[in-house]
Design a protein. Structure first.
Length: 127
């Protein structure tokens, strides 16, 4: 899909960037690194988002940005890596701010789970 997005961008004069919604998987950014290793897609065409949702993911995101990728920090996530802390850590790591974006999930879908981890319903996230 990322390769097709890139080609579509080239043909249509668009960026051709694929956004990856990062979850809490212990694999963190490994699937993106696998894609980079096995496909002819530049790191600049892959954008992981929600990278501040857990510390291991954020650490891998900093490394991703050091290698030339852009990372997206979610502005509505206060823990474990608050947006201001994430930006400060990126700057301290020498990552150009042009490789760090901020976004919200405002008005996006928001899943709700019961105590056993089962999806109960999907609502709308606030701002």
């Amino acid at each position: 899909m990322a390769a097709e997005s890139r080609v579509g961008g080239l043909l249509g004069g668009k960026p051709g960037v694929t956004v990856f919604h990062m979850g809490d998987s212990k694999k963190a950014l490994q699937p993106i690194y696998d894609l980079l290793e096995n496909c002819d897609v530049p790191i600049s065409k892959l954008l992981p988002t929600h990278v501040n949702r857990n510390v291991p993911l954020f650490e891998q995101a900093l490394e991703f940005a050091r290698k030339g990728g852009t990372i997206d920090i979610t502005s509505s996530i206060d823990e474990p890596v608050a947006p201001a802390e994430g930006i400060a850590r990126a700057v301290q790591a020498g990552i150009p701010l042009a490789r760090v974006t901020l976004s919200s999930d405002g008005n996006g879908s928001q899943p709700f789970f019961d105590d056993e981890g089962n999806l109960t319903h999907i609502g709308v996230a606030g701002f």
